[in-house]
Design a binder for this molecule. Structure first.
Ligand code: TPP
Ligand code: MG
Length: 808
C-alpha cells in the first residue's frame, strides 16, 4: 500500500463527517465521564482537555480515517489523547473499559503512551516539543534501516507525522531538531500545527506565525497554510467578501478568540463597526443569521474536513512539510475561543445541552454510532476499509542479534575506561559480525573526544547521499578518516544534547517501529547529560533501547574545571527508570558490562512482569533483568593500572549485579572500604595502608550502585510479599561482615550514591564524595580538597571504627 490517498468521494465524505462528529463527542464524553460520573475517592480533579481535543478533531479524523497508511508513524499532541483513544475505539483497538477508566489506574492514558496504552501508540508524548522532534529522528532512522536494506525493500516508505500544539513551538528542542533535520536532508516528515493561537495561559502573540513560516521555509520545508474553510472561501467571492477577508487577516488573535467565544451577535456588531461601511459588507452580513454568521466566522480551515483533506492528499512530495492549520480551541464547545479554556471542562448542564445538540440519546453515550445520520452498517463498513487500520497491529518484532561469547577485552598496563571503550568498539569494528553490523554510534560533536574515532574510521559516517572526505582527497594528514555514505554506521550530530537523546529514542525503537534491530550507542560528556535530561527520560519512558556512554565524568576531569565536572549524575543514573547505570573502574569490568549490555538491550519488554518475583526468589534478581532496558556507562579519562587477572564467571556475574570484592573480607570483618569508578587507586591505597591494623577488612568494588540498590529494594519487596528466601546481591556481598562493622564509601560523585549501603544491614557508615561544584586543579589537589584521597579514606575508616567502639 503506497502513501497516496485521493480525495474521498461524496459518499465517503458523508461517512467522514459523521465520524468527525462522533470523535468530538467521544473525546468530550470520555473526559466528562472521568470528571463527573466516576466516583472520586480522593477529591482530586481528574482533568483532561476538552478544548484542546476539539481543536484537532477534524484534522485527526481526516488523517486517521483517510490519509494515513499503516507504515506512517504518528506523534499526537499530548492533550489530544482522548481524540486518539476515541479513534482507536472506533477502530476496535481500544476497549470501552479503558475509555471509561480514562486517567484512572489501568485506563487509557492522559497522554498517549507507547508502553502504558494498548491502542497502538507509535510515539509517546507529554512533555511538549519532544514528540514533535521525535518524528524527525524517526524519519531519519527509516532512511538508515532502508538504505542499509535491513528491512524488506518492497515495504512502502512511511511518513513521520507530528500533530503539534502551536505552543509546542516555543520549545527550543523543536528548533534544535529542525536544524539537525536540515543537515541530514530530512524527508517524509509532516508537522501539522494546530494553530489555535492559544497555549495554556494565554493567546499567542500576533505576528508570530510570519516568523515561524519563514523559519520552516529557511530549513527547506514546504509550508502549507490552511486558513479558511469552504464557507469562508465562498463568502470571500461575494460582494463585500474582500473586506471581510482583510478584516480576518488583520484581526488580532485575542479579538478573534473573544468573538468566537461570544458568538454571532458579537461578530455582527464588531464587523459592522469595523467594515460596515465597505461596499457589499452590509448585504453580506444580512445573508447570515447570527447562528450562520458564527458558523461562517468559525469556519477556519482546520475545522473544514474538505479543506484539510485537499491539503493532505495533495501533499505527495517527500519534502518535509509543515501544515499551519488554523483552528479554534474548543471548537463547537461552549468555551470555544475563551482564553481560560485550556483545562476548562463542560459542567453537567453544558454537557446535557451538548449531548442534545449531538443527538446522542441518554444511555447510549458510548455507542459508536448513536446520534449519527448514516446507517451504522455503512459506517462500520467504512471503518473496516480504512487503510490505516487494515493490517492490524503496526508494531514489529525484530530478530535477536546474537552476542558472541568472544568479546573484545583490551589489555594494557595502564588504561582509562574511556580508552578501553574506544578500543572495544574499534575491535568490534574490525569484525565481520552481525553484532557489529547492527551497532550505530552517534555523538553530539564529541565523537573524537569520547574515543569513538577508531570505530568511525573503520565503519564510516552515515550520510544518505554520500560525500567525499575533502581533507583526505586533499591529502591532508589526519587521524580521522571520515568517509560519508549510506553504509556509514555513525551519525554525527551537532552539539545539542536534546537531539542526541531524541535520536537514541528513535534508534532504540527501530525494532518496533521498523522491524530492524539496531544497537545504538550515544556518547557525550557526563555533565551534559543534564542538558538533554528530559529527552533522555522521554527515551526511557518509551522503552527505547540504547547505550549512553558518558565520559569524562566527575572532578577527575581535573584541569577542565568546575563547569565540566559532573557531580549528581550517578544519582540521575540510579533514579532514571529504564536505564541500568554502571561506573566501572577497570577495562575488563567495562568489557563484561558491554558484553552483557548488548543482550540486555534486546530483552523483551513485553514479558510478564510477575515473573520478576519468581526470579527474585530464586536468584535474588530483579524484574528489569527479564524485561531488559537501556544502559548508562559513566566513564573516565583517568588512566589506571589495570589488574592482572582473568575474571571468573562468578565475578563477571557480580560485576553485572553491581559489585564484587576486590579484596575479600574475612568472616566477621570489622571494616569494608567501598568504592565506585576512577577513584579505585585511592581506595586501594587506603585499604593497603590499614590492612595490618584492621586484619580481615574487605575492599568492595561497586560497578553499579543502581543495580545493587534496585536488587535490594526488589528483595525487600519480595520478602514483604511472603517470599522469605529472597536475597539480593548486595545482601549477599555484605553478609560476611560483622553485624557492627563499619563501612567507608567513596565515589567521584554525590556521596548519597553509596550512602544507602549502610542501611542494608544496619552498618555505621562514612560516605565520601563530592557535594560542591568542582574546580580546576590536578588530582592530588582536588582529591585532597574534596576529601577523596587515600588519607581522607583512612580518616573516615578511623572515624567509623571509633564510632564502632563507642557503640559497644
Ligand atoms: C515541557 C512541558 N511544559 C509544560 C507543559 C504543561 N502544558 C501542557 S499543555 C501546555 C500548553 C499547550 O498549548 P498548545 O501546545 O498550543 O496546545 P493546545 O492545548 O492549545 O492545543 C502546557 C504549557 C507540558 N506538558 N510540557
Ligand atoms: Mg494552542
Amino acid at each position: 500500500m503506497g502513501n497516496e490517498s485521493r480525495l474521498p468521494g461524496e459518499d465517503q465524505l458523508a461517512c467522514l463527517r459523521e465520524l468527525e462528529k462522533k470523535i468530538l463527542w467521544l473525546s468530550a464524553w470520555t473526559i466528562h465521564n472521568a470528571n463527573h460520573l466516576r466516583p472520586s475517592r480522593d477529591g482530586l480533579k481528574v482533568g483532561g482537555h476538552q478544548a484542546s481535543c476539539a481543536s484537532l478533531v477534524t484534522v485527526m479524523t481526516a488523517l486517521y480515517f483517510h490519509v494515513l497508511r499503516p507504515q506512517d508513524r504518528i506523534a499526537v499532541k499530548p492533550h489530544a489523547s482522548p481524540v486518539f483513544h476515541a479513534i482507536q475505539y472506533l477502530f476496535g483497538n481500544q476497549t470501552l473499559e479503558k475509555l471509561q477508566d480514562f486517567r484512572a489506574m489501568g485506563g487509557a492514558q492522559s497522554y498517549p503512551s507507547r508502553t502504558k496504552d494498548i491502542d497502538d501508540v507509535d510515539i509517546s508524548t507529554g512533555s511538549v516539543g519532544l514528540g514533535v522532534a521525535m518524528t524527525s529522528f524517526v524519519s531519519l532512522v527509516q532512511d538508515y534501516v532502508r538504505l542499509k536494506n535491513l528491512i524488506d525493500g518492497d515495504r512502502p516508505w512511511g511518513r513521520a507525522v507530528a500533530l503539534v500544539g502551536d505552543a509546542e513551538l516555543d520549545e527550543g528542542n523543536v528548533y534544535e531538531a529542525l536544524l539537525e533535520g536540515w543537515k541530514h536532508d530530512l524527508r517524509n516528515t509532516w508537522w501539522v500545527i494546530d494553530y489555535n493561537r492559544q497555549s495554556l495561559d494565554a493567546v499567542v502573540t500576533d505576528r508570530l506565525f510570519g516568523q515561524i513560516d519563514k523559519l520552516f521555509d529557511n530549513m527547506g520545508w514546504r509550508v502549507e497554510t490552511l486558513k479558511y474553510g469552504k464557507k469562508l472561501q465562498a463568502a470571500f467571492e461575494k460582494p463585500g467578501g474582500g473586506a471581510l477577508r482583510s478584516w480576518i487577516d488583520d484581526c488580532p488573535n485575542s479579538l478573534y478568540s473573544a468573538l468566537v467565544f461570544k458568538g454571532g451577535a458579537a461578530w455582527r456588531k464588531q464587523l459592522q463597526v469595523d467594515i460596515g461601511s465597505a461596499s457589499g459588507v452590509r448585504g453580506l452580513l444580512d445573508d447570515y443569521d447570527d447562528a450562520a454568521l458564527h458558523g461562517l466566522m468559525s469556519n477556519l480551515a482546520g475545522h473544514d474536513l474538505e479543506t484539510v483533506l485537499e491539503a493532505f492528499t495533495a501533499a505527495q512530495s517527500e519534502t518535509p512539510t509543515c501544515f499551519i492549520t488554523y483552528t479554534i480551541k474548543g471548537h463547537n464547545l461552549p468555551f470555544a475561543g475563551h482564553k481560560d479554556n485550556h483545562a476548562g471542562l463542560m459542567n453537567p448542564d453544558q454537557m446535557q445541552l451538548f449531548q442534545e445538540s449531538m443527538g446522542v440519546p441518554p444511555g447510549q453515550e458510548w455507542d459508536k454510532f448513536a446520534g449519527l445520520q448514516q446507517p451504522a452498517e455503512k459506517l462500520q463498513a467504512y471503518i473496516n476499509a480504512v487503510p490505516f487500520n487494515a493490517e492490524g497491529t503496526r508494531r514489529y518484532k525484530a530478530d535477536y542479534v546474537p552476542v558472541p561469547e568472544a568479546f573484545p577485552r583490551p589489555v594494557g598496563e595502564r588504561m582509562s575506561t574511556q580508552e578501553g571503550f574506544g578500543k572495544i568498539l574499534a575491535d568490534l569494528a574490525r569484525e565481520d559480525s552481525q553484532l557489529a553490523s547492527r551497532i550505530i554510534t552517534t555523538s553530539p560533536d564529541v565523537t573524537v573526544s569520547t574515543n569513538l574515532g577508531g570505530w568511525v574510521n573503520r565503519r564510516g559516517i552515515f550520510d544518505r547521499r554520500g560525500r567525499e572526505d575533502v581533507f583526505k582527497e586533499q591529502k591532508v594528514v589526519s587521524a580521522q578518516r571520515w568517509a560519508l555514505s549510506p553504509q556509514g554506521q555513525h551519525l554525527e550530530l551537532g552539539i545539542a544534547e536534546n537531539n542526541l537523546f531524541t535520536l537514541l529514542a528513535a534508534l532504540g525503537l527501530s525494532h518496533s517501529l521498523f522491524g530492524a534491530r539496531l544497537l545504538p550507542i550515544g556518547t557525550l560528556y557526563d555533565p551534559f547529560i543534564c542538558r538533554g535530561l528530559d529527552a533522555l527520560n522521554y527515551a526511557c519512558y518509551q522503552d527505547a533501547r540504547f547505550i549512553v556512554v558518558a565520559t569524562p565524568s566527575g572532578i577527575t576531569l581535573a584541569p577542565e574545571g568546575g563547569a565540566h565536572q559532573s557531580v549528581g549524575t550517578p544519582l540521575i543514573g540510579m533514579a532514571q527508570d529504564g536505564l541500568a547505570s554502571f561506573e566501572p573502574a577497570f577495562v575488563d569490568e567495562l568489557s563484561a558490562i558491554l558484553h552483557w549490555g548488548f543482550d540486555y538491550l534486546q530483552r523483551d519488554g513485553s514479558l510478564r512482569s510477575d515473573r520478576g518475583t519468581e526470579l527474585q526468589e530464586n536468584e535474588g534478581d530483579w524484574q528489569r533483568d527479564i524485561n531488559g532496558g537501556s544502559l548508562y556507562m559513566r566513564l573516565s579519562t583517568r588512566q589506571l593500572v589495570q589488574p592482572e587477572r582473568s575474571l571468573t564467571a562468578r565475578v563477571e556475574k557480580q560485576i553485572i549485579e553491581g559489585g564484587y570484592w576486590l579484596r575479600e573480607p574475612e568472616n566477621g570483618a570489622e571494616l569494608a572500604i567501598i568504592y565506585s569508578g576512577a577513584i579505585a587507586p585511592e581506595a586501594l591505597e587506603a585499604f593497603d595502608s590499614i590492612a595490618d591494623e584492621v586484619p580481615g577488612a574487605g575492599l568492595l568494588a561497586v560497578t553499579s550502585a543502581d543495580r545493587l540498590n534496585a536488587g535490594w529494594h526488589a528483595a525487600e519487596k519480595a520478602r514483604r510479599a511472603g517470599h522469605r528466601n529472597a536475597v539480593s546481591a548486595v545482601e549477599r556481598l555484605l553478609a560476611p561482615l560483622a553485624p557492627d562493622a563499619g563501612l567507608v564509601t567513596v565515589i567521584d560523585g554525590h556521596p548519597a550514591t553509596l550512602e544507602w549501603l549502610g542501611a542494608v544491614r544496619g552498618h555505621s557508615l562514612q560516605a565520601l564524595g563530592v557535594e560542591h561544584f568542582g574546580q580546576s586543579g590536578d588530582l592530588p589537589d582536588l582529591y585532597r580538597q574534596y576529601e577523596l584521597d587515600a588519607e581522607a579514606i583512612v580518616d573516615a575508616a578511623a572515624a567509623v571504627l571509633l564510632d564502632r567502639l563507642r557503640r559497644r
